[in-house]
Design a protein around this ligand. Structure first.
Ligand SMILES: Nc1nc2c(c(=O)[nH]1)N[C@H]1C(S)=C(S)[C@@H](COP(=O)(O)O)O[C@H]1N2
Ligand SMILES: [Mo]
Length: 229
């Protein structure tokens, strides 16, 4: 089996995960899927069924969290971001050609951004299924980004808004700025800004256990409240 990227270790299961302050936040709408496209566009869009009529693909890829856990062989299904972009966004929204940075927002208030070029890579999906089942709340229902070459924080769950920006724009991030590298390529160990990836490995690793437990307790409480849809 191929070796994992630098500093990563294989996890036994796919955890619900993120910054602690997102543990208790859940999407308000998991049945209906709405995706807004806004920012530097001729016409902003609110798409109520964003994957409709687009070619579906299945993809098996590994997933790498910046805190150093990785899971192998997740089977996602959805639509390639590149197809969504060329067929659903470009013709309808008329994006500004200079807007080459896309801010991503989740229903839970998570924020980050990726370069359009990175989003157009063939392995970047808008996914609505995992391992043959509709996405669960834990993993991003109803729709999430999957960008396997980038650390997990770029794979925004509960995706609700894309905002087109100029490449040098400041975009909102979920945590501290140093935690969000503009590209966050796993192969280059771009874990954060200003700090070498190798240093962040050791800072982040001790957070894994407590974070997994925190997110799992929050999901149990959410399920017990009968809020799951
Ligand atoms: N909306 C949203 N997206 C998110 C997060 C989050 O808390 N909220 N956490 C990120 C992080 S740090 C990781 S590692 C992955 C975890 O995905 P999972 O919870 O499906 O395992 O989601 C990413 N996308
Ligand atoms: Mo992560």
């Amino acid at each position: 089996m191929a070796t994992l990227p630098p500093g990563q270790r294989e996890a036994q299961s796919f955890h619900r995960f993120g910054l602690t302050r997102f543990a208790d936040r859940f999407p308000s709408a998991t049945g209906a899927c709405t995706l807004e496209v806004t920012g530097a566009v001729g016409k902003p869009l609110t798409l109520t069924d964003p994957l409709r009529d687009l070619p579906r693909v299945e993809q098996v890829s590994d997933f790498h969290c910046v805190t150093t856990w990785s899971v192998r062989g997740l089977r996602w299904s959805g639509v390639r971001f590149a197809d969504f972009w060329s067929r659903a966004v470009v013709p309808a929204a008329h994006p500004d050609e200079n807007a080459t940075l896309i801010a991503l927002r989740g229903q839970d208030g998570a924020h980050t951004a990726l370069l359009l070029d990175d989003l157009l890579a063939p392995d970047v999906l808008l996914a609505d299924q995992l391992n043959g089942e509709p996405l669960s709340i834990a993993h991003g229902a109803p729709l999430r980004l999957v960008a396997p070459a980038h650390y997990g924080y770029k794979s925004v769950k509960y995706l609700s808004r894309l905002t087109l920006l100029q490449p040098d724009a400041d975009y909102r991030v979920s945590g501290y700025r140093f935690m969000d590298h503009p590209r966050a390529r796993v192969a280059h160990e771009e874990r954060g800004r200003g700090w070498p990836g190798r240093v962040l490995r050791y800072l982040y690793r001790p957070l894994i256990g407590p974070t997994v437990r925190r997110f799992s307790r929050a999901l149990d409480a959410h399920d017990a409240n009968g809020k799951i849809t």
